[in-house]
Write a protein that binds this ligand. Structure first.
Ligand SMILES: [Zn+2]
Ligand SMILES: [Zn+2]
Ligand SMILES: [Zn+2]
Ligand SMILES: [Zn+2]
Ligand SMILES: [Zn+2]
Ligand SMILES: [Zn+2]
Ligand SMILES: [Zn+2]
Length: 470
């Protein structure tokens, strides 16, 4: 066998120190001293390293056989020296302990158990002698062997092809259903038996994992059901049943439309129309009852609301809109009076109301606007001092855009305790009030900005201090 030199020179190395006695012999036999660097005759053989008493010869790929080495060394003396060098076997690293002169290496390799030789069954592989037995038994393409699953006999090569395709090999289903099954049955299993395969619900057509389908059927909206009233409706989808019972089922027992109003009639849809016709009168009565009940509720809500919005400050700012229209109206309607929202002097104080005659009253009739204050019966009158003795002032605001130039009109008084108007009012208060019949003349009202955008602002202030503002 001709071995490429690169095959074994890659690991070719000179022993650093062989047994001391051998070392002496070697020296005599011309062993290369660690200090001597052999000089290659051309670049294809080079000494790479001289290190730690070990000389490594590495030959490059251009050099392909020992014969060529002989040719490289034209100097017979150098060649002799090289060939006498003591080297390890090229399989030193795999465990071969052989070491001798380089010239004997080729002969050693013919028997070295780590050296590769062609497979004895002629499969074409190069196998180290030591591994041949295993190769012939387990990996040689020419071996005869049986498949562990189907037990058929194959050549090694055919078995390699057979492995991974044997129909008798048991495999786990890839859907993770937990089933282990022969390869040849696997695809059928996945189509028709596997509990984890996807199957469409036959009612709603959506796909589900096979073993969840029974649970889905329990709630699938498209599952057909019968009307529980056994009406003549055809089979219904489960999700449509509720609407059917509410809106369509002819047998469904319904409450009368006027149930909320108090009708207790219940009957199938068919008889409902008849009931509504026959009981028209009764239903109307029930509705009247509902309306009057709601009216009471509205009234009590209104009074609650007005309680919430009541003014307890003792000061009322009264806004009167469309005033020119109101004067015009008052000129044709004798005694027309506008009244303010009631207000309190304090939370538990007197209840008061202002009134205004746009076309005047008494001495101011036709020429002035007149303003008065009235005492209304209040909730805490029993606890209050009588007669009413707070000072009262009326202010007509000048709505000038320039507040410094504004000039309001103000009138005020302190009640005289003898005046009847300031005694505790009865449950049915008279229309009497007290105030100023000639509060502001119609002439004056046109001046300045007392009336702006046809709106008047009058402040009525009630003050327990009895200080009369001027
Ligand atoms: Zn060897
Ligand atoms: Zn082989
Ligand atoms: Zn097989
Ligand atoms: Zn499966
Ligand atoms: Zn479904
Ligand atoms: Zn029905
Ligand atoms: Zn009814």
């Amino acid at each position: 066998m001709v071995r490429s030199i690169t095959q074994w020179t890659k690991t070719l190395s000179f022993p650093a120190r062989i047994a001391p006695n051998k070392s002496k012999d070697s020296a005599k036999n011309g062993q290369v001293s660690p200090n001597i660097t052999p000089t290659p005759s051309n670049s294809s053989l080079s000494c790479h390293t001289v290190k730690n008493n070990e000389i490594n010869y590495m030959m490059n790929n251009n050099c392909s056989s020992l014969t060529e080495v002989n040719q490289i060394y034209s100097d017979p003396e150098s060649e002799k020296a090289i060939m006498s060098s003591v080297v390890y076997c090229i399989h030193h690293k795999e465990g071969c302990k052989w070491s001798d002169e380089l010239r004997k290496l080729k002969a050693h390799l013919n028997t070295c158990k780590h050296d590769a030789i062609p497979c004895t069954s002629k499969c074409g592989a190069q196998i180290p002698r030591v591994l041949m037995e295993d190769h012939l038994k387990y990996t040689c393409a020419q071996r005869r062997t049986r498949c562990e699953f189907c037990n058929k006999e194959f050549s090694g090569h055919a078995l390699d092809n057979h492995t991974g395709t044997c129909g008798s090999e048991p495999l786990y289903c890839e859907n993770k259903c937990g089933v282990k099954i022969h390869r040849r049955h696997l695809s059928q299993h996945k189509i028709s038996d596997c509990s984890k395969r996807l199957v469409p619900c036959r009612y709603c057509i959506k796909e589900f994992v096979a073993d969840t389908l029974p649970t889905h059927h329990l709630k699938c909206g498209r599952v057909p059901v019968q009307c529980p009233n056994r009406c003549d409706a055809n089979i219904l989808a489960r999700e449509d049943l509720e609407t059917h019972l509410k809106e369509d089922c002819s047998v469904s027992v319904l409450n009368c439309t006027f149930k909320e109003a108090g009708c207790r009639f219940k009957g199938p849809r068919l008889s409902m129309e008849q009931h509504l016709e026959e009981y028209c009168q009764q239903h109307l009565q029930l509705m009247c009852g509902v309306v009057s009940k709601q009216q009471h509720q509205i009234a009590s809500l209104k009074s609650a609301l007005s309680r919430l919005s009541l003014n307890y400050s003792g000061t009322l700012i009264w806004k009167i809109s469309d005033f020119s229209m109101k004067i015009a109206e008052a000129k044709t309607k004798e005694g027309m009076e506008l009244v303010s929202p009631p207000f309190y002097t304090s939370q538990y104080g007197y209840k008061l109301q202002a009134s205004l005659f746009p076309n005047g009253n008494g001495a101011g009739e036709d020429t002035h606007i007149s303003v008065y204050i009235k005492i209304l019966p209040g909730e805490y009158d029993a606890l209050l001092r009588w007669p009413f003795a707070h000072s009262v002032s009326f202010t007509l605001f000048d709505q000038s855009t320039c507040p410094e130039k504004a000039c309001n009109i103000l009138e005020s008084f302190i009640p005289d305790p003898t005046w009847k108007n300031f005694q505790r009012p009865s449950k049915e208060p008279d229309s009497l009030g007290f105030g100023f019949p000639k509060f502001v003349s119609h002439e004056m009202l046109k001046k300045r900005s007392f009336m702006k955008d046809d709106v008047l602002f009058i402040r009525v202030k009630v003050d327990p201090s009895k200080i009369v503002a001027v």
